[in-house]
Write a protein that binds this ligand. Structure first.
Ligand code: DGI
Ligand code: FE
Ligand code: FE
Ligand code: FE
Length: 187
């Protein structure tokens, strides 16, 4: 396995300093949340460090993977926000030789969530939303919930993200609805 130090160098090379600082804050927050709610700290750290690895890739890198790996054609309309995790996981797997399925899955789901989420999936999904540099109207409330109840935090984030996307009249990826139905409606 590649050391944390080496992984940090590799990830830093893939993005702006600003985004890299976000990645380090997600790691810090995810480790804090894992300390409270439980989780494999080694995997939490790696998943956080790589979660936005592919975010600054040009569209054609993702389109190539979508075509080569036989992902559904419907994916092509969604763009970077949906591709960088879901398709980015394939790029991470290939370029970093990453084989850990749990880590790759947490990266795949980190933007949309899913109906079924592991502890690692939840930690990365929530930490990405509440890391200390985030600043949006409900972030303090989201942080408070994240420190007390991780499942509640998944629900809160999902509801507020969907409301934000609806307000923007953004195209909603079906997985985002699936997450809403599971975590906000059912519970
Ligand atoms: O990569 P980050 O900015 O750290 O955060 P992220 O990967 O969680 O989210 C990236 C963006 O994707 C964020 O602005 C919310 C947006 N998003 C989440 N679900 C959907 C979505 N955008 C669209 N169009 N459709 C979705 O279903
Ligand atoms: Fe992301
Ligand atoms: Fe997120
Ligand atoms: Fe992120």
């Amino acid at each position: 396995d590649v050391s944390r130090e080496r992984l940090i160098e590799i990830v830093a090379q893939q993005m702006s300093e600003k985004r890299f600082a976000h990645v380090l804050r997600v790691e810090e927050m995810a480790l804090e949340l894992a300390g409270i709610h439980g989780g494999d700290l080694e995997k939490v750290s790696i998943a956080a460090l790589v979660h936005d690895y592919a975010k600054e890739r040009p569209d054609h890198d993702f389109i190539k993977v979508i075509q080569e790996k036989g992902f559904p054609e419907e994916l092509l309309v969604y763009g970077n926000p949906i591709w960088h995790g879901l398709v980015g996981a394939e790029i991470i797997s290939k370029e970093l030789g990453m084989t850990d399925a749990e880590i790759l899955n947490a990266v795949r789901l980190h933007t949309t969530g899913a109906a079924d989420m592991t502890q690692l999936d939840k930690l990365i999904y929530v930490a990405d939303y509440v890391e200390s540099g985030r600043d949006f109207p409900v972030v303090n409330q989201a942080r408070e919930i994240a420190l007390t109840d991780l499942d509640e935090a998944v629900a809160f984030e999902t509801k507020h993200t969907l409301a934000y996307l609806v307000e923007k009249e953004a195209l909603i990826y079906p997985k985002t609805i699936e997450t809403f139905n599971q975590w906000v409606v059912k519970k």
